[in-house]
Design a protein around this ligand. Structure first.
Ligand code: ZN
Length: 425
């Protein structure tokens, strides 16, 4: 019988927005993970570490070097029949993709398709959209984490259209005037339609025109000539401009909600919800898919305005509800114990496990497979009533089969890990 708990070799992704060299948490974890021949290159930007079965950066089994998906295809009992059936899994796939992201420049302004749209864009552009699957995701902050997500209330966008001539002048006058006239309407569908018109013409603005207006705007802000209505948004505009000095995406500051999350805060992103993560180290977990439709903060050839507009949901909102973690065992966000972040996404949930020095955290059997990654310190994972154990330290990644009771113990130092899982009850 094959072991229910075993070590994995994750994979890294380099993108220009990732933190550089050793300053990247993704690089630090990859260094500890046991990836063959991996050495941190200080000139490279390490954006992501992936753990899962997605072919774009597949995880392997440490002891054999075999792809995790191949190993699971020959041992489907590790995933479990109910999970395989529920998600129609094939070829040793698991339903979720687990990542650590580390970035100090904004990721592309993006949306993810729902299942139906994913199937369409995958068949039309298989090279850009590798999967016929949707990609709802959850982001969990490990550090301070800045993000743009969702559209601002229309009245707030109207305030900016009046206060920021550099923004308003990018857009056709009739669209701006109509928007302002309906922005406070109680008729939600009228507001949504006006937002659709405004945003659709904004994303098609000629980049030269946008960067010229951006230059004027930044010069005005740097000269301290912002109006009261712009005081709050000014730091965000300057920060985005520093990252992308000529990108029309900087004007998203006047259209999208801005959030500053603290470690332990988490939110989920639904199909069609526009977002761009700005800076931070985060855990990200999503349905297994790599379908990202970008419209700004990315090279022109990687933008897809038409598909972005066909996917994006024009739902203006005042804010976003963070996911309230629930306790599995005694503890809190910062002390010994296990917390579950369980978003409204069938394919995934993530547990944060903190084991203080000299303590043990016991997890009952989960009804689905899981992947755990050590983020800080070291300890052991024990299973089969103590008969088997493996050491685990920063960066090391474990697969834990469905129906396996495990205990995490810390000895000399405290031990912090995240465990992504799916359950079919
Ligand atoms: Zn995303």
């Amino acid at each position: 019988m094959t072991a229910p708990v075993f070590r994995l070799i994750p994979a890294t992704k380099n993108y220009p927005w990732g933190k550089q060299g050793r300053s990247s948490l993704a690089a630090q974890l990859a260094e500890g993970a046991g990836i063959p021949n991996f050495q941190i290159d200080e000139s490279k930007h390490y954006a992501e570490m992936w753990m899962g079965t997605h072919p774009n950066a597949p995880t392997r089994v440490l002891s054999t070097g075999q792809l995790l998906s191949e190993h699971l295809a020959s041992h489907p009992e590790l995933v479990g029949e109910s999970v395989i059936k529920r998600f129609s899994l094939q070829n040793g796939q698991i339903p979720f993709l687990f990542k650590v992201l580390s970035f100090d420049e904004a990721l592309p302004v993006q949306v993810h398709p729902d299942k139906q749209t994913a199937q369409r864009i995958h068949s039309e552009k298989p090279n850009s959209y590798a999967d016929p699957n949707h990609k709802p995701e959850m982001a969990l902050a490990l550090s301070d984490f800045g993000a743009l997500c969702g559209f601002l209330p229309t009245f707030q966008v109207a305030v900016y259209l009046s206060a920021v001539p550099e923004f308003a002048s990018l857009l056709p006058n009739d669209i701006v005037e109509h928007f302002k006239s309906v922005a406070r309407s109680p008729d939600e569908s009228e507001c949504k339609a006006a937002l659709r018109d405004l945003f659709s013409s904004y994303v098609r603005v000629d980049n030269k025109k946008a960067s010229a207006q951006l230059k004027h705007l930044v010069e005005r802000y740097q000269a301290g000539k912002e109006t009261d209505a712009e005081k709050q948004v000014k730091p965000l505009v300057l920060r985005l401009h520093e990252m992308y000095p000529e990108d029309n995406g900087v004007f998203c500051a006047f259209i999208m909600n801005h959030f500053e999350l603290k470690p332990g805060n988490a939110f989920s992103v639904a199909a069609g919800e526009p977002h761009a993560y700005i800076t931070g180290d985060i855990i990200e977990c999503m349905a297994t898919s790599d379908n990202t439709i970008a419209v700004a903060f990315s090279p022109p050839e990687e933008r897809d305005v038409d598909n972005f507009l066909s996917c994006v949901q024009f739902n203006p909102t005042r804010g976003k509800t963070f996911i309230q973690p629930t306790m599995v065992t005694r503890g809190s966000t910062h002390t010994n114990g296990s917390l579950i972040y369980n978003p409204a996404i069938d394919e995934l949930a993530v547990m944060q496990v903190i084991v203080e020095k000299g303590r043990t955290e016991a997890h009952h059997k989960l009804k689905g497979p899981s992947i755990a990654v050590a983020i800080e310190g070291e300890g052991t994972v024990v299973w089969a009533d103590g008969a088997n154990r493996l050491g685990m330290k920063k960066g090391q990644v474990m697969f834990i089969a469905t129906g396996t009771e495990v205990k995490f113990s810390a000895f000399e130092t405290s031990f912090k890990l995240y465990r992504a899982f799916v359950e079919v009850l």
